[in-house]
Ligand binder design. Sequence first.
Ligand code: FEO
Length: 395
Amino acid sequence: MKPRKLKANIYWVGAVDWDRRLFDELIPLPDGTSYNAYLVKGGEKTALIDTVDPSMTNVLIDNLNHLEVKNIDYVIANHAEQDHSGSLPQILKLYPTAMVVATPKCKDLLMNLLLIPESKIIPVEDRETLSLGDKTLEFIHFPWVHWPETMLSYLREDKVLLSCDLFGSHFATSDLYVIDEATVYDAAKRYYAEIMMPFRTVIQGNLKKIEDLQIDVIAPSHGPIYDKPEFILEAYRDWVYTPPKNIVVLPYVSMHGSTKKMVEYFVSALVERGVTVKQFDLAKTDIGKLAIALVDAATIVIGSPTVLVGPHPNVVYAVYLANALRPKLKFASIIGSYGWGGKMVEQIKGILSNLKVELLEPVITRGFPKEENLKALDKLADEILDKHKEHNLID
Ligand code: FEO
């Protein structure tokens, strides 16, 4: 795709990666992604905001050629991760007088990850400004979205916030701006869940730094641009600040039907009590869907059989992920089965160590669930409802 104009002398010059299906060899990308870079031509100086993934350097260079960019004075590196900084070495070769602008921590990372010489990097402090002539860039240190060195760049005169990974979405589209809000909402929520949620409490504090900015446009590093910024700001306020909702997330695996029977019974019991349930068969599910569900849930109940004396490996993976993502969960429990013994419950509890949750009494059956086991599931459903009521999580 060719360069796209955002405002006078501000252009999107990034690359759309329609076909990428995995990020960090871990995160599914059902809708591809984009690596957004922006060219800002001031009256006196020209700045390139971020670069693109090294696999698409040629696209960025084509875009710069298309705009007949003869000189770049500054490359602003909001983030050192390679999907944004990976083309820096080639850009510095093409524009040898360009200087890189970054936070001090980013400077250190760029030197180590990409071997950029120290003499090529200008470190900037929080709220420092850089004049391009008739346009002013203000740098806002915003650590942990989602690395320690990240910053946002704000174009004061044009009121454009170049927000790095913050507010982004892995969503390949030919639309420069958000057109279909419902689709982008889902993609942005998936992105938040997988990338930003572990740093939710830090983001809570840092969002205050942009509360007073006048923002016409939010231009993130992935996905379409927000020309109605309130859409994504409001979504983040909900995801970051508001208490969890009356929802149970239930990831499970069943090998021979015992745990499955418990899950079916338990889901019905919760629904009868007015609790929303999101059930995921971990043998088949897209782990990103589970991450999205965790954004709003008050309770996680993990369903597992016992395999080689412990939880099923797919359950271990999902619980490890839930623990790493640090969602707003308040309660957790475990349901499942065993044949002759094991330490399934103890091992799952051990993996949940990051989560500040109250653990509700697990329900574990020997073999297929019997009447007393189903009664115990009813009791657990009652307890979850009571806890959600006590914490005012029910509308
Ligand atoms: Fe899109 Fe953290 O890189």
